[in-house]
Design a protein around this ligand. Structure first.
Ligand code: BV8
Ligand code: ZN
Length: 246
């Protein structure tokens, strides 16, 4: 992959780098995305599943869907994109990995400074007393009941119509506003408020770069779009940054 002199120059001088990561980064690990052909939303509409009303309407159905996604996550491993992002953490003074994904692949690849905007599928809590459940049996299709109060247990993910965790969103907005270089990687940039972050960064003066197989709703706003698979592009970019003396 050819990288522009401008991008390499910006990165070699950058102090603060931030990344907004989406399902496309985990796609190369075998985790289905949402809006691509064969993606999760092809079979169900988000409104039917990833929201509180759907859960209250049919807790077993929604719970079993997350159990199915947890089973997929158990069988996958981080890919080159995750490892490259973990390595980037050591190349810059401040490196913020802001993820919309609810899997643990970035942690398993070694990333430490991660902001989870939409929660994490491995955490589950009671909707009545907010007690967090311990280890769960991911083969159990019937919704889990709280061991403390018998209430319904839900995944600790942000559903449509729900607020994002305030501290995570505040930190992400600050990282975007202070970034010298901001990457939007493997996201269709259709879900708000996460999709605002690359635009906040660009308008605050960051050099903004999109890495995606296709153009997205925000491509026109950004300085550069690198078209291709995030795993390959990120690995080559890390090598280039190191060659440039970082
Ligand atoms: C909120 C967790 C308000 C659950 C998720 C109308 C206009 C604007 C906004 C709205 C609107 N109507 C409603 C809204 C708000 C709504 C929203 O944005 N809706 C959109 C869809 C229109 N947002 C919300 O509801 C948010 N909350 O606004 O609250 C509020 C305010 C005050 C008080 C109370 C409430 C909550 C949003 C969070 C929803 N939860 N997930 C779960 O996962 O089960 S969203 C879900 O979408 C995932 O988190 C996912 O990460 C996120 C974004 O998807 P992507 O990651 O981008 O994945 P996608 O498949 O779309 O794209 C993959 C991309 O990767 C593609 O571009 C593809 O080309 C690329 N790719 C594929 N392979 C590769 C690749 N790129 C590189 N390499 C590859 N190999
Ligand atoms: Zn409880």
């Amino acid at each position: 992959m050819e990288f522009s002199d401008k991008l390499i120059e910006k990165l070699s001088k950058a102090k603060n780098v931030a990344v907004l990561k989406g399902a496309g980064v985990s796609a190369e690990s075998g985790v289905p995305t949402f809006r691509d052909p064969g993606g999760i939303w092809e079979k169900f509409r988000p409104e039917e599943l990833a929201n509180f009303e759907a859960f209250m309407r049919d807790p077993d159905f929604v719970w079993s869907w997350y159990q199915h996604r947890r089973e997929i996550m158990r069988d996958v491993t981080p890919n080159a994109g995750h490892y490259a992002l973990a390595e980037m953490e050591n190349l810059f003074e401040n490196f913020d990995l802001i993820t919309q994904n609810i899997d643990n692949l970035h942690f398993r690849a070694g990333s430490r400074n991660v902001t989870e905007l939409h929660g994490n599928i491995e955490r589950n809590f009671c909707i009545k007393c907010r007690h967090f459940a311990g280890e769960i049996d991911i083969t159990e299709k019937k919704v889990l009941k709280c061991e403390k109060c018998g209430g319904l247990v839900r995944p600790d993910v942000v559903w449509f119509g729900e607020m994002l965790p305030m501290e995570a969103l505040r930190h992400a907005e600050e990282a975007a506003a202070n970034a010298d270089v901001f990457f939007s990687i493997g996201t269709s940039a259709e879900v708000y408020p996460a999709a605002m972050l690359p635009v906040i960064a660009k308008r605050a003066g960051a050099y903004s770069v999109e890495i995606n197989l296709n153009r997205t709703a925000i491509s026109y706003e950004l300085d550069e779009t690198l078209t291709g698979k995030s795993g390959q592009i990120l690995s080559e970019l890390v090598n280039k940054i190191k060659e440039a003396g970082k």
